[in-house]
Design a protein around this ligand. Structure first.
Ligand SMILES: [Zn+2]
Length: 297
């Protein structure tokens, strides 16, 4: 029972990871398409939100969810003009953002940060579960270290690396004319995020990265978060404030000599209480911050 409970708890909090793929049933998942702004659409199914650029040059996608959903995603893209995206941008290596790579990589060019390719090419471990490497056609063939631009559908699509935040190889994608940004997992709208401390992630680094992004975005930008509904700049600012304030709370409790168990028992005040209703529960979030602070330089 305890073992089963543990598995369930891990799966509930990791529903967006490949770790529990074996236990997940994707048959009922439908792909929903929503126009965001300009030439950009968002697809939702299960896993990370997909950004799509649609225009006379064809289709470009940002992330591609889980492998078992790839055919459904293809069908949704066909309705937007083509089921063969010319470019696939990966915001980071997690399987709920790169699972469709082996299918879409057959016809399209996958682009990602150097560390994403390094992670996907060998076996990884996430939530204590093995994550198998992707086949050759699923790997990024163009990699970058700092930033890159794709000139596509009459706009500059900027891909910008964010160091040590959600992982160490994340990027955000800015659709400069459409005025849309895909935040990857540097934004979970209205819920505590997963921060992958074992693969270069860091809570304070994430807050710093987001502050840098906020400073560069126009007030009327539309935001595609990694998880959650389409958001505004104010929503991103709230997410940033959550990171800073909950981190400060944990720092103060550590300074007062409290143990992790005591920190958890005290919980979090409003307005952050309800943020634990998502993937990552309040206890798991407090533990993430605690662990991240012990790793910070
Ligand atoms: Zn992720």
């Amino acid at each position: 029972m305890i073992a089963m409970r543990t598995t369930l708890a891990i799966c509930a909090s990791a529903i967006f990871s490949v770790a529990c793929l074996g236990q997940q049933d994707f048959s009922g998942v439908e792909i929903k398409t929503t126009p965001v702004a300009g030439k950009v659409y968002m697809l939702e199914g299960r896993g990370g939100n997909i950004g799509v650029s649609v225009g006379s040059d064809g289709i470009l996608i940002v992330d591609d969810q889980f492998a078992p959903l790839a055919d459904k995603i293809k069908a949704a893209l066909a309705k937007l003009g083509s089921d063969k995206p010319k470019f696939i941008l990966n915001t980071h290596w997690h399987g709920d953002h790169t699972g469709g790579n082996p299918l879409f990589g057959r016809d399209g060019t996958i682009i990602a940060h150097t560390s994403v390719r390094e992670r996907l090419i060998v076996k990884q471990e996430l939530f204590g579960q093995p994550v198998e490497p992707l086949p050759k056609e699923g790997l990024p063939i163009i990699t970058f270290d700092h930033s890159l631009a794709v000139h596509f559908n009459d706009e500059e699509i900027r891909v910008i690396h964010l160091p040590n935040g959600h992982t160490d190889g994340d990027c955000v994608v800015v659709f400069t004319k459409s005025n849309v940004v895909h935040m990857g997992d540097h934004m979970f709208a209205g819920m505590f995020p997963f921060v992958d401390l074992d693969h270069g992630g860091n809570v304070e680094g994430m807050a710093k990265n987001i502050a840098n992004v906020i400073a560069q975005l126009p007030p009327d930008v539309k935001i595609i978060p990694g998880h959650g509904p389409i958001a505004t700049l104010d929503d991103l600012k709230t997410f940033h404030r959550m990171l800073v304030e909950t981190t400060d709370i944990v720092k103060k409790r550590i300074a007062a000599g409290k143990t992790l168990d005591q920190i958890k028992a005290e919980g979090l005040p409003d307005p952050w209480k309800s943020w634990g209703d998502g993937f990552i529960k309040t206890d798991a979030w407090l533990e993430t911050i605690h662990k991240s602070l012990s790793k910070s330089p």
